[in-house]
Ligand binder design. Structure first.
Ligand SMILES: Cc1cc2nc3c(=O)[nH]c(=O)nc-3n(C[C@H](O)[C@H](O)[C@H](O)COP(=O)(O)OP(=O)(O)OC[C@H]3O[C@@H](n4cnc5c(N)ncnc54)[C@H](O)[C@@H]3O)c2cc1C
Length: 423
């Protein structure tokens, strides 16, 4: 692939009717469009922004290791590396000390993801989708309405463009339009909203000395912070404190943010680095869990689940859910097969992959302290290499909470702690 800017296809080349109409050409939408088209479907990929290089600004760019498989399937890993993506490795500070997962001696490196700023990542994935045969990228198209056929079945969307309204017909409408998804609202896929009792602020630093390319996370129970090395020597430093501190914090944002970072154990030396951005963030960011399907409709990415900013999972899950959708519905769309059954498969896959994680994410968003299981596992991971690797698989979202907390792992964690107490 090239990393040139995406282009719109000529109007005359567009089919009158698509198999899928996707609202939102960000991580989830571009992944689904590319993979659906490869499966033989004709895809209209609509994006409300006019510029093909638009990107999400509120993000700290950590792509979890669980997204590696999808990036590999898309075929973009060489382009990511060329763009300066940093292969990420994560260490976490807890009150029991640092958890630093390492591979077994002589074994392969641990699975990793990438850190790459969205200003580079989003245009790159959009260009990749636009260059895929079967995808028409339509920028400057804002979805405003769902269209239905005479039998009431979903049959496309109405979009607002600078030339007026357009109807774009398709058998499947995909909401890849982020946390405030218009498609979800139009389809009445309301779901559940969870209170987020933390706020977040972050800034970019150049020349911040770090531990190689390691991303560091501080779990101060309940406050959280991260330092994440990205492309071009930029490190994103994010703080995610309990909301109780917000009024005082906001009184002097600059001083509060800098003070919070300086007080971290083994703090990143921000005073020896150059800050190259303002301090930005979110003070009210409720999380959402929606049923990801309805007849003729699918939601992917944040439109289905909003889970950040604390864990840095939404980008990886946007990629994964885009892939799961394409795998489930691609053949049915391309061969005029049973779309209803294919959507059921997608809904089940989504649930199996993310329901357990999202349960923990929304529970921890209350700003509660660690529960006894978390205390047991994290304290053991700080002391024992095997437990640290196990923690890495869970934090990378390569295994779910049930495998993380399996009886053998709990027994091992207990034994590690007893041994250390004895020592
Ligand atoms: C402060 C913060 C930090 C974060 N940090 C991380 C991190 O480090 N790692 C991580 O994995 N996740 C992180 N996230 C979450 C991550 O940004 C999202 O999960 C991710 O962007 C979701 O991708 P998406 O493709 O589903 O949606 P989005 O990236 O939100 O894209 C939605 C797209 O739909 C378009 N759109 C919206 N409405 C319409 C419409 N009506 N018609 C047409 N187009 C429309 C938008 O313009 C946009 O391009 C963070 C979130 C926040 C708030």
């Amino acid at each position: 692939m090239t990393s040139s800017h995406p282009t719109q296809h000529r109007a005359s080349a567009r089919p009158a009717r698509y198999d899928a109409v996707i609202s939102g050409a960000s991580l989830a939408g571009c992944t689904a469009a590319t993979l659906l088209a490869r499966a033989g479907a004709r895809v209209a990929l609509l994006e409300r922004h006019h510029s093909p290089t638009a990107h999400k600004v509120l993000c700290t760019h950590y792509l979890q290791p669980c997204s590696y498989r999808v990036l590999d399937r898309l075929g973009v890993i060489p382009a990511l590396r060329e763009a300066g993506a940093v292969a990420n490795e994560a260490h976490w500070y807890t009150r029991w000390g640092w958890i630093r997962p390492q591979p077994k001696p002589g074994a392969d490196p641990l699975p990793h993801g990438f850190n790459l700023r969205r200003s580079t990542l989003d245009p790159l994935l959009r260009a990749h989708a636009a260059e895929t045969d079967g995808v028409d990228l339509l920028t400057g198209h804002s979805v405003t309405e769902l269209l239905r056929d005479g039998d009431g079945r979903v049959d496309g969307v109405r979009a607002r463009t600078s030339d007026g309204e357009r109807e774009i017909r398709g058998r499947l409408v995909v909401g890849a339009d982020g946390k405030d998804s218009t498609v979800a609202k139009l389809a009445h896929l309301r779901g559940k909203t969870h209170r987020n009792n933390r706020f977040s602020y972050f800034a970019y630093f150049r020349g911040l000395k770090s531990d190689g390319d390691v991303t560091r996370g501080w779990f101060l129970d309940p406050d959280v912070a991260y330092a994440m090395p990205n492309d071009e020597g930029i490190t994103v430093v994010a703080v995610i404190p309990d909301k109780k501190q917000l009024p005082a914090f906001r009184d002097d944002l600059e001083a509060s943010y800098l003070d919070f970072v300086r007080r971290l154990p083994d703090a990143p030396d921000i005073d020896a680095a150059e800050r190259v951005s303002k301090i930005t963030g979110t003070t009210n960011y409720p999380l959402t869990t929606r049923t990801p399907t309805a007849p003729g409709i699918a939601l992917i990415g944040d439109a289905a689940l909003t889970s950040d900013p604390l864990w840095g999972v939404g980008c990886g899950w946007a990629l994964e859910s885009g892939q799961w959708l394409a795998t489930a519905v691609g053949p049915a769309l391309a061969a005029d097969g049973d779309l209803g059954r294919a959507l059921d498969d997608y809904r089940r896959r989504h649930r199996r992959g993310l329901r357990g994680h999202q349960h923990l994410v929304t529970d921890y968003a209350t700003a509660r302290g660690f529960n006894p299981f978390e205390r047991l596992m994290f304290s053991a991971a700080a002391k024992d290499a095997h437990m640290a690797r196990h923690m890495h698989l869970f934090a990378s979202r390569l295994i779910g909470p049930l495998r993380f907390l399996n009886p053998l792992a709990l027994a091992r964690a207990t034994a590690v702690n007893l041994r250390h107490r004895g020592a």
